[in-house]
Write a protein that binds this ligand. Structure first.
Ligand code: ZN
Ligand code: ZN
Ligand code: ZN
Ligand code: ZN
Ligand code: ZN
Ligand code: ZN
Length: 467
């Protein structure tokens, strides 16, 4: 019977295949792809529940139930029963397939119970900055979950596992003592954001890493490992006997990793965007992927400081910059208006807050969303709602509009109007045309200046009188 779990391979090859071909919708959790990394038990999270029970086994299913309340004794008894049924079933039938699968699941659950029984309650563990929260038999909604330590699948329904609240690092209960990766949240806060914003893939080469994985220090090399290159039947490069210990380059850090620490996760690379406006995803290591994922929505990129040329080369970017400045002008009106506050303006206008909080910083998500049109749509909706409130629906805000002092026209103008211009010193607003005619001289500033010199003169004459 010992061979049952190892050799029957109910569908382990099929499952591995399914795992490799499944594309992940979120795009963040790519899957490790080295097939020899997996124990036969590795599979997706279906854990039997998605495999239809053959009709003739409907009654048996209740007897071999994977209920969460089953004790170790129950499970041991069920394992024995199930084994017997497998032996009695006909070969190559749906019944046998289902029974074998259930047997593996029962054994895993029993093993899990045995391993975790000495821990009375699984508590949040703090390791290398991670806050690992126990996830006993939790089903995740975003597809299969893989262990960030051993890269094997986690059987969500059968195994206890941990997930870091801060960076999303996941691992088996049994892998927790071997964690080597520092939490991406710690790395990000120590660096104050991205480390590599200027250098694109700062590769130093494998020899600089002494031919070892940058994270776990496993030996990696582009040559074939000896033991596996022995003569064998058929091609020595058959996929199932892949002998390459493949170093994988992380495009963010420029370092090489082994396959357990680098799952070929695609990610948009900050330095490539900042230097070249290149938003094509590149393959990165797990640690980089977690860091990039964590920082994705944080406005930590002072883009204009990092590369001022980008704003002249990317028209959308200069438009975005102008719209942000205009939104911030409108914000000054809205924050003093109780009606606007009631309507949720400006803070609940559906806009990412940093768009109206400062004009200089961008997040990676902003830049990606600018490229795909999402951000502009978001800004247009918020922009219209804010402008409509001020110029059309609210008397209070409208009353704070300006009249052009140069021409004396009674048309109300606002600093963000295309036809208006705002004096940087006194904030008075004038028609752009009038402003040009006046050689960019602000009448209000001139008046203030005149009054000041007069006051100084008066002061001086007062002093002369008193002496
Ligand atoms: Zn973490
Ligand atoms: Zn693991
Ligand atoms: Zn490694
Ligand atoms: Zn208002
Ligand atoms: Zn005017
Ligand atoms: Zn002025």
């Amino acid at each position: 019977m010992a061979g049952l779990t190892a050799n029957t391979s109910v569908s382990s090859s099929e499952l591995n295949h399914e795992k490799r071909t499944r594309s992940n919708s979120s795009g963040t959790a790519s899957t490790p792809s080295s097939s020899f990394d997996y124990a036969p038990g590795d599979a997706d999270d279906s854990s039997g529940s998605r495999v239809a029970v053959p009709y003739s086994l409907k009654s048996v299913e209740a007897l071999l139930s994977l209920s969460k309340t089953a004790t170790l004794d129950d499970l041991t008894e069920m394992v024995e029963k199930c084994k017997q049924m497998v032996l009695e079933s006909d070969q190559c039938t749906e019944e046998r397939k289902w029974l074998v699968r259930r047997l593996i699941e029962l054994r895993l659950r029993a093993q899990e119970l045995r391993e975790t029984s000495d821990v009375s309650s699984l508590e949040t563990q703090v390791i290398l900055g991670h806050h690992l929260v126990p996830q006993k038999y939790q089903i995740s909604s975003s597809g299969p979950v893989y262990c960030d330590h051993c890269s094997a699948a986690i059987w969500l329904m059968l195994q206890s596992w941990y997930m870091c609240n801060d960076c999303g690092y996941c691992c088996h209960w049994k892998c927790i003592t071997d964690i080597r990766r520092v939490c991406a949240n710690v790395v990000a806060s120590e660096a104050g954001g991205y480390i590599f914003t200027k250098e694109i893939c700062p590769e130093k080469g494998l020899s600089a890493q002494l031919y070892r994985c940058a994270e776990c220090h496993t030996k990696i090399t582009f040559t074939i490992t000896k033991g596996l290159s022995l003569p064998c039947f058929g091609s020595p490069f058959r996929q199932t006997e892949s002998a390459w210990v493949e170093p994988r380059l992380c495009d963010y850090t420029g370092l090489y990793f082994c396959q357990r620490c680098h799952w070929n996760t695609p990610a948009v690379i900050p330095a490539r965007v900042i230097r070249n406006w290149d938003l094509d995803p590149r393959k990165v290591s797990r640690s980089a992927s977690q860091l990039l994922g964590l920082l994705n929505e944080r406005p930590v990129l002072p883009l204009e400081e990092l590369n001022p040329k980008l704003f002249t080369l990317v028209p959308d970017l200069s438009l975005l910059k102008r719209l942000r400045e205009e939104l911030q002008m409108m914000k000054k009106y809205l924050v003093f208006c109780p009606d606007a506050d009631f309507q949720g303006l400006p803070w609940r206008a559906g806009l990412r807050n940093h768009m109206i909080e400062n004009s200089g910083n961008y997040s990676m998500k902003d830049l990606i969303d600018l490229q795909n049109g999402v951000l502009m749509e978001e800004i247009r909706v918020a922009y219209d709602a804010m402008r409509n409130h001020i110029t059309e629906s609210c008397e209070l805000c409208y009353a704070r509009g300006h009249l052009c002092e140069i021409c004396g026209n009674d048309e109300v103008i606002f600093p963000w109007d295309a036809s208006a211009v705002c004096c940087h010193q006194c904030n008075a607003v004038h028609h752009r045309v009038c402003w040009s005619k006046r050689n960019h001289c602000c009448p209000k500033c001139a008046r203030i200046k005149k009054r000041l010199t007069k006051e100084i003169e008066n002061c001086q004459s007062d002093q002369e009188d008193s002496t």
